[in-house]
Design a binder for this molecule. Structure first.
Ligand code: F0G
Length: 464
C-alpha cells in the first residue's frame, strides 16, 4: 500500500478537554433585563449571565494538567521556597535577566519599578503604554509618552509590525527632554492598547541601540512576549526556522529588564514579575517589594502560583499552541472581514478589535458607538467584549469630554478556553448585530467616578 502523507489545512486545538465548565444560556428577554440592571455596563454583569466572555485574556486562561500537578507539589515556605527557585530558573532561562522579583500581577511590578525609578518631570517613552502602566508613571509625577509608528493608529493599514516604535520620534524625545530626565525607555509586546499588534526584532534591536547610545535603560513590557515571538517567526525575514523560545531569548537579550503580567503569556490565573540585570536597582526594588508585596522569594504569589507560571511560560512558547492561538484570532478576523465588517487589520495576537467608528457613523463619539455595539453583542448573543473608546479615554482631567483616538470593541480571547464552534457562533452574533447596525443608538453616562469611569459607570440608552 502506498499512501501519500496526509497534510491538513485545519489547525486544530492542540489539546483535549478533560475538565469542563458549563456555560449558561439565557434568553434575549432575560439579557435585556440583566443589562438594564447592570446600568448598561457589561463590567457590572455577573459572569454567570455571560455565554462567551471576551472581556479580557488576562488570568482567564485554562491551565494544563502539568501546571495543576506542579501546583499540588508546590512549596509554600515563606523564605527560599523551591517553587521560587523553579520560577527563577524558568525566567532566567527565557529572559536571561539576573534578578527575579515576583509580584501578584503585572501592575504590582509596575508600581515597584516606577516608584523606584521615575521622578516628577521625567518622560518615559514607549510604543504605547498600557493604561495601568501609564497610571503608575503619572502617579510618580512623570509623563508617559506614546511613540508608536503612524500605521499603529490606522485600523485599515496592514503593516506587519504596527506595534513598532517610531525611532525618529524617540530620538527627538531624547534630545528635547534630555537624557537625565528619561529614566527608562519601554516597549510593549504585543502592543495591547494599539490592537495587539507586534513589534519586530529589528525595531527592538534599534530601540536597544538607541538606548545604549544615550546610556538609558531599556525595559520590555513582556505580557504577551510569546505571541510577539510567533509574529516575528511568521512575519519577519530570517526567523521562520527558529523556535519561539530562541526568538524570545533574542528579544530579551536586547533589554535590561522587563515587567510581566503572568496572567497573559504566563498562562496563569494570577501572578507577575519584574526581572532585571542591575544589582543596584534590583536591591532598591526588593526593598519596596517587601513593603508592598511580600518577602522576595514569593512577592505577591503563593508557591503554587509560582509553579503554575514556571510551567506556563514554556507552554506559551510551544509552536503548536502558538499556531492555534494566533490562527483562532485570525479565523474570526477573516470571517468578519469577509462579511464587510471593519476591524483593526491585520488581526493581532490576543484579540479582534472592531472599528465601531466606521460601523456606526451615525453615533457621534460622545454618544459612545463602541459601547453601543458591545452592548448589542450581549443583548443578541450573550457575548461580552470591552469598549476601548470614548467611555474609557474621553474624560479629561478638567472634566471635559474629548473623543478618543479610536472607537474600538475589543474581543479578547482567553487562552485555551473556547473552541472553533464558539468562534463560529461569535461570528454569527457579530454579523447579525452588524446587519442591524442602523437600529443601534447612542448612550449617555448617568453616574460614575471621574477616574477609570468605564469600570463602574452607569449608562442609559439615548433612544430606548
Ligand atoms: N501591561 C499590559 C500590556 C497589559 O495588557 C496589562 C493588563 C498590564 C500591563 C497589567 O497587568 O493586569 O496583571 O496587572 N492587561 C489586561 C487587559 C488587564 O485586559 O488587557 P495586570
Amino acid at each position: 500500500m502506498k499512501l501519500k502523507e496526509f497534510e491538513s489545512d485545519t489547525i486544530i486545538e492542540p489539546f483535549r478537554i478533560r475538565s469542563v465548565e458549563p456555560v449558561r444560556f439565557t434568553t434575549m428577554e432575560e439579557r435585556a433585563q440583566l443589562l438594564k440592571e447592570a446600568g448598561f455596563n457589561p463590567f457590572l454583569l455577573k459572569a454567570d449571565d455571560v455565554l462567551i466572555d471576551l472581556l479580557t485574556d488576562s488570568g482567564t486562561g485554562a491551565m494544563s494538567s502539568k501546571q495543576w500537578s506542579g501546583m499540588i507539589a508546590s512549596d509554600e515556605s515563606y523564605a527560599g521556597s523551591s517553587s521560587f527557585y523553579k520560577l527563577e530558573s524558568a525566567v532566567r532561562d527565557i529572559t536571561g535577566f539576573k534578578h527575579l522579583i515576583p509580584t501578584h500581577q503585572g501592575r504590582a511590578a509596575e508600581n515597584i519599578f516606577f516608584t523606584t525609578i521615575a521622578r516628577e518631570g521625567d518622560v518615559i517613552p514607549s510604543n504605547t503604554h498600557f493604561d495601568t502602566t501609564r497610571a503608575h508613571i503619572e502617579h510618580a509625577g512623570a509623563e508617559a509618552r506614546d511613540l508608536v509608528i503612524a500605521e499603529g493608529h490606522q485600523p485599515e493599514s496592514r503593516h506587519p509590525f504596527k506595534g513598532n516604535m517610531d525611532l525618529a520620534k524617540l530620538e527627538k524625545t531624547i534630545h528635547d527632554t534630555g537624557v537625565d530626565n528619561i529614566p527608562v525607555i519601554m516597549i510593549t509586546v504585543t502592543n495591547n492598547s494599539g490592537g495587539g499588534q507586534p513589534v519586530s526584532m529589528d525595531n527592538i534591536r534599534s530601540v536597544s541601540e538607541m538606548a545604549r547610545k544615550y546610556d538609558i535603560p531599556f525595559f520590555i513590557d513582556a505580557c504577551r512576549f510569546a505571541e510577539n515571538a510567533w509574529f516575528i517567526k511568521t512575519r519577519e525575514e530570517g526567523f521562520s526556522g527558529e523556535k519561539p523560545l530562541d526568538i524570545a531569548r533574542k528579544m530579551f537579550s536586547y533589554a535590561d529588564g522587563c515587567t510581566m503580567s503572568a496572567k497573559k503569556d504566563g498562562m496563569a490565573n494570577i501572578g507577575g514579575f519584574l526581572a532585571l540585570n542591575s544589582d543596584e536597582l534590583a536591591s532598591e526594588c526588593r526593598n519596596l517589594e517587601i513593603l508592598t508585596e511580600g518577602f522576595p522569594t514569593y512577592g505577591g504569589m503563593a508557591g503554587y502560583d509560582m509553579e503554575a507560571v514556571a510551567q506556563g511560560l514554556y507552554e506559551a512558547l510551544d509552536s503548536d499552541y502558538l499556531r492555534y492561538r494566533i490562527r483562532s484570532i485570525a479565523y474570526l478576523g477573516d470571517k468578519l472581514s469577509d462579511a464587510g465588517i471593519p476591524i483593526v487589520q491585520p488581526t493581532g495576537g490576543h484579540a479582534v478589535y472592531l472599528d465601531a467608528r466606521k460601523i456606526l457613523p451615525h453615533i457621534p463619539p460622545t454618544q459612545y458607538p463602541a459601547w453601543s455595539f458591545n452592548n448589542a453583542l450581549y443583548l443578541l448573543g450573550g457575548v461580552r467584549g470591552v469598549e476601548i473608546g470614548t467611555v474609557m479615554f474621553g474624560r479629561q482631567p478638567d472634566g471635559s469630554e474629548k473623543p478618543a483616538a479610536m472607537e474600538l470593541v475589543r474581543l479578547a480571547f482567553p487562552r485555551r478556553v473556547y473552541t472553533q464552534s464558539h468562534v463560529d457562533y461569535l461570528a454569527e452574533v457579530i454579523i447579525s448585530v452588524f446587519r442591524q447596525r442602523e437600529q443601534l443608538g447612542g448612550y449617555k453616562i448617568v453616574s460614575g467616578p471621574t477616574v477609570l469611569r468605564h469600570f463602574s459607570a452607569r449608562l442609559e440608552p439615548l433612544d430606548p
